[in-house]
Design a protein. Structure first.
Lengths: 282, 370
């Protein structure tokens, strides 16, 4: 089981890749703390000449972004949209995935194929028909409407991911539980869910990030109305239509990144490896 | 506690017949072992009794109840799986208590039963460990404990020892037998290991290709195998089979003839084999177990008409016994000699066949000659 010793070349390649990967974010961070006229005049790398000259940095951009009208409301809206859209998706997907993985019913495989097939449908195709439907039903511009939209867009992947995870749980475990007297619902809540925490956590992170960072779906179904618009929509209005004042956008990006980062670090401890160890031999 | 009856049970997966027309009658409190090579349908049979597989045709009764359409949880059975199937996120105590909790037993009753089972199995000090913190043998005990606490009518065990190392397997074998004596419950046990079958079972069901070959007590199967498969499967090393021709001389004596030997069938054996005259001057399969072949130097009183000289290919000294591979021209025969034998590789040895313990099979049907 000895691992091949990583050569210095491999290390070099990895470090370079990391640097290239991190460069845009770094640029964004630096730009976000530079005064507006500097941002407009020179590139962010200019600071590297005197990186410790603190006079070239300012928090003015952050002050402007956070102080802009309606930012607090937008932040709350983002939470109102994202949390139910994430929990509903995971909840519905878990039930569906469990049925796909462990129940025998006619048309199961065909139905699952349809769900997987939906993964390749671009959501842009659905925008107009669904928006028309929403206007007729009065769902356009409501939270319920956007919850439904995000859950619908998220479910195919969520079901696919969880079905594969549930399917890899040992069949013996469930058979043993059924002989012990468990109903399918008991097996779901007492076995499948506790054993799937890593999968549920990663799915939670994915879905949360997608919904939080989404601009398109929010813009289409909610419109620009400040009472319901999420952070992404609000931030996009900070930038003028000609691209002026984009220095604000850099700070805004970091503001909107804060919550996903917190979610990631909160849930990443559930990525526990080997949670199944000891269930079955081998 | 209950009897289990399988009546003309057949299981098909699509076009594949996994179990064909099985009839097994298991009285209350019996320890019955289903044994056979992998893919013989023994596990499928067990899973049908458990209710994990549906019966295609036929009936299964537990006690006096027809259980064909009764779900596993209502059959009052407990099962021990080959992989233990312990719940990894629960500690040992909760693994054992899970079934009782689901059945809404009072807390103190659950506690009493779990501790009692833990005491019987010697795992009292492990009750608060998770399965991953246990060794294979300990996990096995927990899996058995989980079955015991339920106090079911029938125990089902699917190769429960096959994941243990050889030493532990022998130890657990004896413990399971002891457990059966103590619990006095019907046990159906599946294994591919004929030693487990011989040592543990009150009765053995030998299966092959989904068909039951023979049902009987271990020694009955050992001494009176119904066909070549059973004869070769039960016993270790396996019985030797040699194709021979049956001869009858003017004095009315019967012989088995092979290019390497001509041995007389004793009169009492002739009387036993009533169909023997039909095979005169015809081919038959002669069977002899390794333990019924002796080194004539050690058993000097062997009968002359059952003794011949053979070339020894290889000798394997095992300490308590010696396995000698005898070259009989077109095939090799294993003999199990007393360790006092001095036979060496490549030597010739005078061997004595205990012909009163010989077997004869029909070469076409492979059935034992009646």
């Amino acid at each position: 089981m000895e691992r091949e010793g990583a050569s210095p070349l491999v290390h070099l390649v990895i470090i370079l890749t990391c640097l290239v990967w991190i460069l845009p974010t770094l640029g964004l961070l630096v730009s976000s703390v530079r005064p507006a006229h500097d941002v407009a005049a020179t590139g962010w790398w200019t600071v590297l000449r005197n990186p410790f000259d603190l006079t070239q940095y300012t928090l003015q951009n952050y002050r402007e972004v956070l102080g802009a009208a309606g930012m607090g409301r937008a932040f709350v809206n983002s939470l109102i949209i994202t949390i139910p859209a994430t929990l509903l998706t995971i909840g519905i997907a878990a039930f569906a995935a469990f049925a796909f993985a462990w129940f025998q019913f006619p048309g199961r495989d065909a139905l699952f194929l349809v769900v997987v097939g939906l993964l390749v449908v671009p959501l842009q195709m659905t925008l107009i028909p669904i928006l028309r439907l929403y206007s007729r039903l009065g769902l356009a511009g409501t939270f319920v409407g956007i919850w439904l939209a995000h859950v619908g867009y998220g479910l195919p992947f969520a079901i696919y991911l969880l079905r594969n995870f549930f399917g890899s749980l040992p069949a013996d475990l469930f058979e043993s539980a059924f002989i012990d007297g468990a109903s399918p619902l008991t097996a779901f809540f007492r076995l499948a869910l506790p054993l799937s925490v890593p999968a549920l956590a990663s799915l939670g992170i994915f879905q949360f990030l997608w919904v939080w960072n989404d601009l398109l779906v929010g813009l289409i179904y909610l419109g620009g109305s400040p009472s319901v618009a999420p952070l992404t929509v609000r931030l996009s209005t900070l930038v003028g239509s000609y691209g002026q004042s984009w220095h604000l956008l850099t700070a805004a990006a970091f503001v909107s990144m804060a919550v996903p980062m917190a979610v990631f670090f909160a849930l990443q401890r559930y990525f526990v490896r080997g949670i199944l160890a000891g269930a079955v031999k081998g | 506690m209950a009897k289990v009856v399988l009546e003309n049970v057949t299981k098909r997966f699509g076009d594949v017949v996994a179990v064909k027309d099985a009839n097994i009658d298991i009285p209350d409190r019996e320890f019955v072992v289903l044994v056979g090579p992998s893919g013989c349908g023994k596990s499928t049979t067990l899973r049908m009794v458990a209710g994990l597989e549906e019966v295609t045709e036929g009936n299964i009764y537990i006690g006096d109840t027809l259980v064909n359409d009764i779900p596993p949880k209502d059959r009052d059975i407990a099962m021990v799986f080959q992989n233990y199937a312990l719940y990894p996120h629960m500690d040992v105590y909760n693994n054992m208590a899970f079934g009782l909790k689901l059945r809404k037993f009072p807390k103190d009753e659950i506690d009493r039963r779990v501790k009692e089972a833990a005491r019987i199995l010697g795992i009292e000090n492990l009750l608060h460990r998770k399965p991953k913190e246990l060794s294979g043998g300990q996990r096995q005990r927990v899996a058995v404990g989980r079955a015991i606490v339920r106090e079911p009518k029938v125990f089902l065990m699917d190769e429960p020892l096959s994941n243990l190392d050889a030493k532990l397997r022998v130890q657990m074998r004896a413990e399971l037998s002891k457990l059966h004596n103590r619990l006095q419950t019907t046990i159906i046990y599946v294994t591919h290991d004929q030693v487990e079958a011989m040592t543990m079972g009150d009765r053995i069901v030998v299966m092959k290709d989904g068909v039951i070959q023979q049902i009987g007590a271990p020694l009955e199967i050992y001494h009176k195998p119904k066909n070549i498969f059973v004869a070769g499967f039960i016993g270790s090393p396996a019985m030797n089979f040699v194709e021979v021709v049956i001869r009858k001389d003017e004095q009315g004596r019967y012989w088995v003839e092979h290019e390497a030997f001509k041995l007389r069938i004793p009169d009492e054996k002739v009387r036993e084999l009533q169909d023997l005259p039909k095979y005169v001057d015809k081919k038959a399969v002669f069977g002899i177990r390794p333990e019924n072949i002796e080194d004539a130097a050690i058993v000097p009183d062997g009968r002359e008409d059952a003794t011949f000289v053979a070339n020894v290919d290889v000798v394997e000294p095992m300490g308590a016994e010696i396995f000698a591979y005898l070259n009989l021209g077109d095939q090799s025969v294993v003999a199990r000699f007393d360790p006092a034998s001095t036979v060496q590789d490549g030597q010739q040895v005078r061997v004595y066949f205990q012909m009163e313990k010989m077997y004869l099979f029909d070469p076409e049907t492979e059935e034992a000659v009646a």
